[in-house]
Write a protein that binds this ligand. Structure first.
Ligand code: AMP
Length: 285
């Protein structure tokens, strides 16, 4: 595996791959890699000849008081995982090179970017969209691999790719979960043992709400979301949102369309997000 820090070197290597006709799959991450990231890397390995990954804890997407400084950076184990998964290129940009002092441009997605996560974390999605646009401009992959765990992020980046004619195919991979249902996340390591014990309640609540919508369609998505809010109001932390939205634009659910049930919950040690997709009148996606 080649580890490259300079955008120019990444651009050159990827260019030679493309010149050979080798399709490139790209998996952007913030490191602290786990089984969720592995699933994306494996899918990329299966579908593309060359796999590139990036590790970059992007300061632009963290708000003041968020966990930028303490975000885990277990570099040696990340490198081991990337090698195990057959990654050929690790792009490891430096913040001061990506964002020099004179940097002035942001990619901003309105609509999808301003609700739920966008409302709870002002500026977050502009940071995500900006860094992913920069990474795509350097790697120029054929396929971009993202996780359903961050459903709104995936929808927003799909929108950005379409709006800016970036010409990369966006592949969204299912959420990888612990045996008790908790969505795997780099931030789970922050949880205290009692918080970790409580955390699967999020997925249980989402699953039950999904069942309510599915069971004969007697419960509207809005009612299911209200039920989740009542249920999660009793937990050990603070519910930031529990909502039902259309997966295409994160606007209000529409009749006959799939629904995303999404939650964000702040425990004292970590903020957790999760979601499920309900195909109304059918199976989950
Ligand atoms: P992160 O390193 O947290 O920025 O995540 C990098 C990519 O991995 C994003 O596309 C995430 O959606 C995806 N990802 C994170 N956790 C999971 C998970 N449990 N299952 C599937 N994908 C995930």
């Amino acid at each position: 595996m080649r580890t490259l820090r300079a955008a120019e070197s990444v651009r050159r290597l990827c260019w030679t791959w493309r010149a050979h006709g080798d399709p490139i799959g790209f998996v952007p991450t913030m490191g602290a890699l786990h089984s969720g990231h592995r699933a994306l890397l494996r899918r990329a390995r299966k579908e593309t000849r060359r796999v590139a990954a990036s590790i970059f804890v992007n300061p632009l997407q963290f708000g003041p008081g968020e966990d930028y400084d303490r975000y885990p950076r277990p570099f040696a184990s990340d490198v081991r995982i990337l090698k195990e998964e057959g990654v050929e290129l690790l792009y490891l940009p430096r913040a001061e090179r990506l964002y020099p002092e004179e940097f002035q441009t942001r990619v901003s997605v309105t609509g999808i970017g301003k609700v739920l996560e966008g409302a709870a974390r002002p500026g977050h999605f502009d940071g995500v969209a900006t860094v992913v646009a920069k990474l795509l401009a350097t790697v120029v992959p054929d396929r971009l691999y993202l996780g359903q765990k961050d459903a709104q992020q995936a929808t927003l980046l799909r929108r950005m790719v379409a709006d800016l004619d970036l010409g990369v195919r966006v592949v969204v991979c299912p959420t990888v979960r612990e045996p008790d249902g908790l969505a795997v996340s780099s931030r789970n390591r922050y949880l205290t043992p009692p918080e970790r014990d409580w955390a699967p309640a999020l997925y249980r609540t989402l699953s039950e709400a999904a069942d309510r919508i599915r069971s004969g369609e007697t419960v509207s998505p809005e009612k299911a979301a209200a039920w989740m809010r009542r249920r999660l109001a009793r937990g050990p932390g603070r519910l930031e949102y529990a909502a039902a939205v259309d997966p295409r634009d994160f606007g209000p659910p529409k009749r006959g369309r799939p629904v995303v049930l999404a939650v964000a919950y702040r425990l004292p040690s970590a903020r957790l997000i999760d979601n499920v997709v309900v195909k109304t009148g059918g199976r989950d996606r």
